[in-house]
Design a protein around this ligand. Structure first.
Ligand code: D6G
Length: 835
């Protein structure tokens, strides 16, 4: 007779007993509290530390295995990681979420309340940083040997408050109460030089270059375990914090200049102080270049050091090391690796360059010219004199290759050069990244096509084989399983297994279910419950009551003119005008969430515009069809609340300008229908979910280019559209902002003049499509069917698929299974550091 159920019950009890014990221990010994004196924050820290303890065994085992098997590793270099919260993910990854919920409930603690205590780790601006976070999670879940490198910003993305409709920024003090996930590793610090000069020292067979930096900064690594979902792999995210270099301090201290010593300490530590809050556009500040070089130099040192633990020469470097550049921010790594190989380890130039190109891959994230990093050569000469020399040498050799391939084309040579000529010479980081990498990829098919045909056409002509596409993805763990538990349960129940969590394509098997009325009823019920939850949150945050029966029309993303939040706002005004005239307008709640770069005035004005319109429309008792909500301080944890409750997903960027988008994916896989342009990943999403389940409108990327060439005015679009004309007039005349009637003059005049982002040119089609959306939404069951097809056909947009493509197509990195962690007292010391 089997007593399997009893055994399972016993195991559960044991696990729960152990969880309870570690929780109480952590509360007592790490917080010095007992259950009755502990605050909710203490409880959060205690649970996190208890969970971290569980991860550590797997973490050590993972790192040991990588060394033992000498696996090739992928190194992801990114200036941003928008991690959000971690506790829930780790509980789910370790399959102890339900146990913990039960254990805590028994002692009167609500786990969900505890989870709410965790501050978001907001070390990123938007899509690029969140992508890096999804990638880390997928890398671990796929058991791929990988390390993420970045900066441990003391202040992440600013906190957004709204005052009188204006954005106000506050410093994000996410580390104020400590961070339970990280381990400081002062034993692995790295010295990073800046400035100074280079010395050419003669040797027997030529000369050697020595860089004598003027100042040094110390990089201290902080390691965070990154758990794979339900597997033993735990990878590392290593973030570098800047500390003053002690040697330099001592010199000044000894000279008696205490104050200057402290000042210099501050100057060093400012490097990792704050994330630059600019999404998709650059400001060429010297401190930013320092940040980039700082974390890159630390990471390259770490990578080379790890490689040399097991290899005597650099001959197999690129067989063991793959380094991915997340945009150009870390592109200086190419020059830094050359410096380390050539200057510090005496590797021949050709061999060093071969290994460098073999190791590096570059991901481009934008076509916007203002976002392409360029640094004045003079800045480089001052901060990184040796790197400028190395870049010049890389460039000299590269241009020779260009001339051989394309003789008699001096213009081409000057176009492709890494260093631009002209009065102010600049280092073009994208060119450096392409020349120093064996792979260059865009992040959606259209974007990759445009990179090849427009942005880097010359390079594509020279090296077509280097170029490829890797369409972005998002992790279904965070973006379905964790944020939408009811939908997750339904999917698992219908499928008979939760295999979809690690194989999102499995949802395809649910296509027949979408045709099942009962399934659709469940989908509808879940959406309604999620909307009710969001409505409560909206009331809590904004004091506005919204009707969960209305259509939740969501636009959440950074505020940028190319993303066209003002297009949606303008449309809201026309809906309002129609509602006031007594037309039957489908009740709709527009939900915006967006931060604007603090120096981007037009973006901030659009936030004010949305608030002004919202004030008047929400306050007008003569209509109740249109409600506008602006959710302040949009961030990962807020996205997790909004996305499951969305009916309509606004992906309305000017075609050719959004490289991919990933919010579009999260919304679609949670059953929102998209209204969108043929831009970025929208195109592929539409192909996947079926054109009948997607609301398409607008100019194509080609047409946009053509229109921009013609420099047509926005005014041309007003013909035959009196409603749009009236809406613009009201905005311009200050109807929505009587206290500052001139506020939106310029904004409207610019739209009517050279409408760079073609807001007015696309308006008519947008409004028409929105009318179709309204009609479809009223047909509730049909709408749910479309939503269902969106959910079950989004499998391709899992970041697992994307990461597999990177691993196979660019890195040559294979999965490495990790055994269950052994009892620590039995594990022999095999770590190379310790032998
Ligand atoms: C992480 C995990 C830990 C490991 C340490 C150093 O903190 O188990 O020992 O990284 O790893 P290496 O830098 O020596 O590879």
């Amino acid at each position: 007779m089997s007593n399997a159920p009893d055994d399972a019950q016993n195991a559960d009890n044991q696990t729960q007993l152990a969880l309870r014990r570690t929780f109480v221990d952590r509360l007592r010994y790490s917080r010095s509290k007992n259950p009755s004196t502990a605050t909710t924050f203490d409880r959060f820290v205690a649970v996190s530390l208890a969970v971290r303890d569980r991860l550590v065994e797997r973490w050590i085992e993972t790192q040991r295995t990588y060394y033992e098997q000498d696996t090739k590793r992928a190194y992801y270099l990114s200036a941003e990681y928008l991690l959000g919260r971690t506790l829930r993910s780790n509980l789910k990854a370790l399959a102890i979420y339900d146990d913990y919920k039960k254990v805590l409930a028994e002692i009167g603690i609500d786990l969900d309340e505890v989870l709410e205590q965790e501050p978001d780790a907001g070390l990123g601006n938007g899509g690029l940083g969140r992508l890096a976070a999804c990638f880390l999670e997928s890398l671990a879940t796929l058991s791929l040997p990988a390390i993420g490198y970045g900066i441990r910003y003391e202040f992440g993305i600013f906190e957004q408050a709204i005052r009188d409709g204006y954005q106000v920024e506050r410093a994000d003090e996410w580390l104020k109460f400590g961070n339970p996930w990280e381990f400081a590793r002062p034993e692995y610090t790295v010295a990073v030089g800046f400035g100074g000069q280079t010395l050419h020292v003669p040797t027997e067979d030529g000369f050697r270059v020595l860089w004598k930096p003027a100042t040094k900064v110390t990089g201290v690594p902080y390691d965070t375990p990154v758990a794979g979902y339900r597997c033993n792999t735990v990878n590392t995210l290593r973030l570098w914090a800047a500390r003053a270099d002690q040697e330099f301090d001592f010199q000044l201290f000894n000279a008696g200049d205490y104050l200057r010593a402290v000042e210099e300490k501050n100057a060093s530590e400012v490097i990792s102080k704050v994330l630059y809050p600019n999404d998709s556009f650059e400001i060429g500040r010297e401190l930013r270049l320092k940040q980039e070089y700082f974390f890159v130099a630390c990471s390259i040192h770490d990578i080379v050091h790890r490689y040399l633990k097991q290899h005597a020469t650099f001959a197999s470097f690129s067989e063991k090391v793959a380094i991915q550049l997340n945009d150009t921010h870390p592109a200086i790594a190419i020059a830094e690796l050359m410096r380390v190989l050539v200057d510090e380890h005496n590797v021949e130039w050709e061999e060093a360059f071969k290994q460098t190109v073999g190791a590096f891959g570059y991901t481009n994230h934008t076509l916007l010219p203002e976002a392409l990093e360029r640094w004045p050569a003079a800045t480089f000469a001052r901060l990184l004199p040796r790197h400028l020399e190395l870049i010049q040498e890389i460039n000299r050799r590269f241009l020779r290759e260009v001339t051989t391939h394309f003789p008699h084309s001096p213009e081409l040579v000057s176009r492709m050069s890494i260093i631009s000529d002209g009065a102010e010479r600049e280092v073009r980081m994208a060119h450096l990244a392409v020349v120093g990498s064996h792979s260059v990829n865009g992040v959606a098919q259209l974007h990759s096509d445009l990179v090849q045909a427009r942005l880097l056409k010359d390079f594509h002509d020279l090296w077509p084989e280097r170029f490829n596409n890797k369409t972005n993805g998002v992790t279904p763990r965070r973006w379905i399983l964790e944020c939408n538990s009811q939908l997750s349960n339904l999917l698992t129940e219908r499928l008979g297994t939760d295999s979809w969590v690690t194989n999102l394509e499995a949802l395809k098997q649910l296509e027949p279910s979408v045709e099942d009325a009962e399934f659709r009823t469940s989908l509808r019920t879940i959406k309604m419950e999620n909307k009710l939850e969001l409505a409560k949150l909206i009331f809590k945050l904004t004091k506005l009551r919204v009707d969960p029966q209305s259509m939740f029309d969501v636009q959440i993303k950074r505020l940028h003119e190319y993303k066209r939040q003002h297009l949606a706002a303008l449309h809201a005004v026309t809906l309002y005008l129609r509602a006031k005239r007594g037309e039957a307008v489908q009740p709709r709640t527009l939900i915006f969430g967006a931060k604007a770069a603090p120096g981007y005035r037009r973006a901030k004005l659009i936030i004010k515009l949305i608030h002004s319109i919202a004030d008047i429309i929400n306050g007008d008792k003569r209509q109740s069809a249109v409600r506008i909500v602006f959710m302040p301080n949009y961030r990962v944890s807020l996205a997790e609340r909004i996305i499951p409750a969305a009916d309509l997903s606004e992906q309305i960027s000017t075609a050719g300008m959004e490289a991919s988008g990933t919010g579009n994916m999260k919304l679609a896989m949670n059953g929102a229908l998209t209204i969108g342009t043929l831009d970025g990943a929208n195109i592929e999403i539409r192909e996947a979910v079926g054109e009948e389940n997607f609301f398409l409108f607008g100019l194509t990327a080609e047409e946009v280019l053509e229109k921009q060439r013609q420099r047509l005015t926005g005014r041309a679009a007003l013909k035959n559209d009196p409603l749009l004309e009236e809406a613009l007039k009201l905005i311009r005349e200050g109807f929505f902002c009587p206290e500052e009637p001139d506020l939106f003059h310029q904004l409207v005049d610019d739209l009517l003049g050279y409408d760079q982002y073609l807001v007015l040119a696309d308006f008519a089609e947008y409004a028409q499509k929105q009318a179709e959306v309204e009609r479809e939404f009223r047909n509730t069951d049909e709408w749910t069917r479309k939503a269902g097809y969106n959910i079950v056909r989004m499998g391709r947009f899992s970041s697992d698929r994307t990461i597999r493509e990177y691993a196979e197509g660019i890195w040559g990195v294979s999965p490495c299974a990790i055994a269950s962690p052994r009892d620590p007292s039995l594990v022999p010391n095999a770590h190379p550091d310790l032998v």
